[in-house]
Design a protein around this ligand. Structure first.
Ligand code: ATP
Ligand code: AMO
Length: 432
């Protein structure tokens, strides 16, 4: 047997046509001489109706034995019926049980009352059978497809860089050390150094969608220990150019989800609004003014506290950039402003109080870069392989990292990042 239709592909107009549907027994209702089975597949649900006198003794008793979450294939006839969900049902001619499900189920996908997040994540494969949960990952997939489309259109080359690495990029405390034969190594926190090195090759515009690993101390609703980062780097470009690409990538993803995932948006029950094509821009100074005005104390030169982010997010709403950051708040590779080296050419893209992307124009000058590494208390010897690329013709360049999981939170309006990852890794969770 081969599936001829997904549930959502069948319409009442197909009345009388024979189809083969495959999926899981979502629910079963036996009412004496008639049994209703709701079959669930990726695209929705379809009602199988089995009146004893029509399907015959043998098929009727076979259907009667079915249990929740058994995997079945049904060959049957489409019957238009106004009383049935979606205006049709399927009268079975043959049924094959492809596999049975043990009972009781550790988590019932058909259950109306949602289980605790912990229980759901423990039984994620069952949790993922719920249309609402699947909708999140269909939207995530649409977003990734859209991001790739935009970046290919903008002339970016997709690359893959190593995840087993020798040095830190985003500060030393969040590293996962591992043993690499006789040496110490780390899981990559960011493709930062590699994507910059690629700017010395003439590839000009590169992007990578890959895992990043961070030993985050805190268990929060927006941090993972393994996240997916969408990274770009572009040569002969500055921070403004990188921001423009980010606007296109983010806006197009909103647009594609809006246009191609209407069903999933409805399943999630969210109000989905398209942003404007250009996002607001405020400077760090303006951001701290907003925070201070709302009674959140923040001194110039500090990174924004959680409280400050919340205050600023409340004022700004939707998507907005924060630019002109104090140089001391940003990593060593960030280009300082020529006129005022206390601020640098870095930006964050925020959605309300959530940072979804960080980027900057980078230092492309060898001496300045070495000096900056030292200023941050790091040893340039640990970065030799990276620094070499700056000696023999490195063009000016800029780029950003956009958290795919956080972006999915925004697109699906989830409060907890774990909802947007199939098998999240947090402080407590290493399985499944
Ligand atoms: P019978 O007289 O053959 O025993 P019945 O009277 O017990 O049948 P129905 O009236 O056919 O059963 O339906 C029983 C229940 O199923 C009712 O609550 C009805 O609303 C519901 N029902 C009937 N047909 C459909 C359908 N096609 N889709 C969904 N629900 C249905
Ligand atoms: P940054 O450290 O700000 O910048 O990371 C970029 C984006 O990645 C996402 N992100 C995370 N998401 C979930 N859990 C985490 N633990 C986590 N850490 C980061 C966020 C964040 O905005 N090299 C720079 C980027 C660049 O300048 O190109 C960097 O890594 O959405």
């Amino acid at each position: 047997w081969r599936r001829t239709h997904y549930s959502a592909e069948i319409t009442p107009e197909m009345d009388g046509q024979e189809v083969i549907v495959m999926g899981w027994v979502h629910s079963i209702r036996a009412l004496g001489k008639i049994i209703f089975v709701i079959l669930r597949d990726r695209e929705g649900m379809v009602q199988i109706v089995a009146p004893k006198q029509k399907v015959g003794e043998e098929l009727f008793s076979q259907i009667k034995k079915l249990g929740a979450e058994d995997v079945i294939a049904v060959k049957g006839k489409v019957i238009a019926n106004e009383k049935a969900p979606n205006g049709f049902e399927i009268l079975p001619l043959e049924l094959e049980v492809l596999n049975t499900a043990q009972r009781p189920l550790p988590l019932d996908p058909a259950e109306k009352v949602p289980a605790e997040l912990d229980t759901r994540l423990e039984n994620r494969f069952l949790d993922l059978r719920r249309p609402k949960i699947q909708a999140i990952f269909k939207i995530r997939s649409e977003m990734l497809k859209s991001v790739r489309k935009t970046l290919y259109n903008e002339g970016f080359v997709e690359v893959n860089t190593p995840k087993l690495v020798a040095s830190c990029t985003e500060g030393g405390t969040e590293l996962f050390p591992i043993s690499y034969f006789e040496r110490e190594a780390f899981l990559g926190q960011s493709p930062q150094l590699y994507k910059q090195m690629l700017m010395a090759t003439g590839l000009d515009r590169v992007f990578e969608i890959a895992p990043i690993f961070r030993a985050e101390e805190h268990n929060t609703r927006r941090h993972l220990n393994e996240a997916t980062s969408i990274d770009i780097e572009m040569a002969f470009a500055d921070d403004k150019d990188a921001m423009e690409i980010l606007e296109k990538v983010v806006y197009n993803a909103f647009l594609d989800v809006y246009e191609n995932r209407k069903k999933e948006i409805e399943t999630l029950g969210i109000e989905f609004e398209l942003p404007s094509e250009k996002f607001d821009r405020i400077t760090y100074d303006e951001a701290i003014d907003i925070a201070n005005a709302k009674g959140v104390e923040i001194e110039w030169g500090q990174d924004l506290s959680r409280e400050a982010e919340k205050a600023i997010g409340e004022e700004m709403g939707g998507l907005y950039f924060i630019t002109d950051w104090p140089t001391e708040t940003r990593p060593f590779y960030t280009m300082p402003d020529e006129k005022n080296p206390n601020i640098c050419k870095a930006f964050d893209l925020m959605y309300k109080d959530l940072e979804i992307s960080s980027g900057a124009q980078r230092i492309h000058l060898y001496d300045l870069l070495v000096e900056n590494i030292k200023k941050k208390g790091l040893n340039p010897d640990g970065f030799t392989y990276y620094l070499e690329a700056f000696k023999y013709g490195m063009p000016p360049h800029a780029g950003w990292g956009l958290g795919a999981d956080r972006f999915t939170m925004v697109l699906t309006q989830q409060e907890n990042i774990r909802e947007c990852v199939l098998f999240p890794r947090d402080r407590q969770r290493l399985t499944p």
